[in-house]
Write a protein that binds this ligand. Structure first.
Ligand SMILES: NC(=O)c1ccc[n+]([C@@H]2O[C@H](COP(=O)([O-])OP(=O)(O)OC[C@H]3O[C@@H](n4cnc5c(N)ncnc54)[C@H](OP(=O)(O)O)[C@@H]3O)[C@@H](O)[C@H]2O)c1
Length: 262
């Protein structure tokens, strides 16, 4: 089955680069109108123009800093103003910080929690009634393979992604029978601007995927009649996630410490 999104809108946060930009293009190819969110408006305008031309969809650009409640409010307003009802919400905007907590900039980690956790939660809560009223669709929350174990030297980032995983899996149960699915997308290391923002590739584990491969994983899940609550992109990443889940926590922590020693 191929998911047909004609007649609905999709909200994608972090659509100005990387995974978000590719996922937005795939949603447009399935017929969804787009509400594209990020801070870099020029990038969003460029993407919107391309998607309108290539797929004949409507694409609205919403400049918003999702670390702030004003940013979240602007997105909710724009989503409700879209011509077609919201059928897909992709909470993808996020960033990571690296270093021992003792040395991390307190403002930066506050921003990390505000974006990766608070904005994702608030947007989901605010737009969920619209999705449920529409009666079909998905909330896609982008976590990471960092969600499966503690990540020394990226303690805050790992914890934010563990939150996304726990939150979204719980939501997937609550939404049963509504026609709306909650899906946690867990990419491993992916070639985007992510590590430019982190400032180092020291924390990258395993082979890099492309954002297109991550989008392939997501759409394979979305095309299933009953999408799984969690999808991991890349076979090796999925296997590692399964192994971590089966091991005692102290073994996992010792392995995580070695892998992230830099
Ligand atoms: N790349 C990886 O290795 C990897 C692995 C696992 C999970 N992930 C997750 O995948 C998601 C997408 O990341 P990516 O790899 O595609 O990285 P990316 O290329 O750096 O994209 C991040 C996106 O988030 C947006 N963003 C950042 N801060 C924002 C803010 N305050 N308000 C609104 N938007 C903001 C950025 O847009 P602006 O800067 O224009 O605002 C950009 O569009 C993130 O949640 C990340 O944690 C990435």
């Amino acid at each position: 089955m191929t998911l047909d999104l004609h007649g609905s809108s999709a909200v994608v946060t972090g659509a100005s680069s990387g995974i978000g930009a590719v996922v937005a293009a795939r949603l447009a190819a399935r017929g969804a109108d787009l509400v594209l969110v990020a801070r870099r408006t020029d990038r969003l305008e460029e993407l919107a123009a391309r998607l309108r031309a290539e797929h004949g969809v409507e694409a609205d650009v919403v400049p918003a800093d999702l670390r702030t409640s004003d940013g979240v409010t602007a997105v909710v307003k724009a989503a409700r103003a879209a011509t077609k009802p919201v059928g897909t919400l992709v909470n993808n905007a996020g960033f990571g910080t690296h270093g021992a907590l003792l040395e991390e900039d307190p403002e930066r980690i506050e921003d990390e929690v505000a974006l990766n956790v608070a904005a994702l939660t608030d947007l989901t809560r605010a737009l969920l009634p619209d999705l449920v009223a529409h009666g079909s669709g998905a909330v896609v929350n982008v976590a990471s393979t960092a969600a499966f174990q503690p990540v020394p030297r990226m303690a805050v980032y790992g914890a934010t992604k563990a939150y996304v995983l726990s939150f979204t899996e719980a939501l997937s149960v609550e939404l049963r029978g509504t026609g709306v699915h909650a899906i946690t997308l867990c990419p491993g290391a992916t070639r985007t601007e992510f590590f430019d923002v982190v400032g180092t590739e020291d924390a990258a584990v395993g082979r890099f995927q492309t954002p297109e491969q991550v989008a392939d994983t997501l759409f394979r899940a979305l095309d299933r009649r009953r999408p799984p609550a969690t999808v991991v992109s890349g076979r090796a990443n999925a296997l590692a996630g399964a192994v971590v889940g089966a091991l005692p926590r102290r073994v996992v922590l010792a392995a995580a410490s070695r892998l992230t020693a830099g």
